[in-house]
Design a binder for this molecule. Sequence first.
Ligand code: FAD
Length: 318
Amino acid sequence: MAQVLVVVESVEGAVTKPSLELLTLARRLGDPVAVVLGAGDVAPTLGQYGAGSVLTADDPAFGEFLVAPKADAVAAAVEKVQPAAVLLTSSPEGKEIAARLAVRLGSGLITDAVDVQPGDGGPGDGPLVTQSVFAGNWTVRSQVTHGTPVITVKANATSPEAAPVEPTTEPLGFTVSEASKGARIVKTEPKAVSGRPELTEAGIVVSGGRGTGGNFGPVEELADALGAAVGASRAAVDSGWYPHAYQVGQTGKTVSPQLYIAAGISGAIQHRAGMQTSKAIVAVNKDPEAPIFALADLGVVGDLHAVLPAVTEAVRQH
Ligand code: FAD
């Protein structure tokens, strides 16, 4: 069976959820081989999700220079494994590695996939990749026809499914080229820890808009009860009620969680651009004519300051 190379990201020794999703997608295409960039014993976790083979790659240059040395490691892994495809997450780092890798391999590159399926046996026979473009208004299916397909996949494209195997682990031999040492890291500052999942990776997002009146307490409490991330509309961000890093929409982040709860958000086209590919959408709005209800799978007409605490209480009791 063909092998599929999965580039694994980990944070503080824990494999990120989007990386586990990649392993689930890779199993549709062949046997997943994981390449782990950086230190940490994550092979047992990867084995739980079907990686029969794990390549570990670490080098001091990973911490000293920007992404290029990691692209050296992934290129070496491609040379060793000769995979049918390479899957990476659509994180900024994943996309940069993917771009550098595709240039080196002379391969086609597809970014921001929301689904990956086996090829149809036609010319090239790369995986069939689905993208959602133009603010989610068009769905595009495409296929790499030249070289080893390099594909980045958005978080929440699928759910991680366990498929336990006993992985073999092997250190990857590779060299960091001088050309990859062109941009040195001067300083890194950890962002404030909220304890909530990363907005673009979260399975559930609770977002607040102008209707919060600046009180995000009910939004945050519901998010914490559900283990969700918090998002915000631009109106809330522009009012200084929530940081821009949490803005969802055309000029903010794009999210595609299993469940998106919009509280006090009207549903302007620019907001929808960032959330309309969510699998299920719940809207809470006191105006029954609010456009968000046209998009919602479940709509609640009411004051969010009453509805959200009631839902939070119900969630806590279960
Ligand atoms: P409003 O449109 O004012 O809606 C507030 C809603 O809250 C109303 O529907 C109201 O009925 C409801 N409400 C009020 N009180 C309550 C209550 N107590 N309980 C329940 N409901 C209540 N917007 C984004 O969000 N993200 C973007 O990335 C973005 N990018 C933009 C880019 C451009 C170039 C432009 C021009 C605009 C952009 N916008 C963006 C702004 C967008 O057009 C809207 O202005 C914005 O999304 C409105 O935010 P809102 O829904 O919170 O506020």
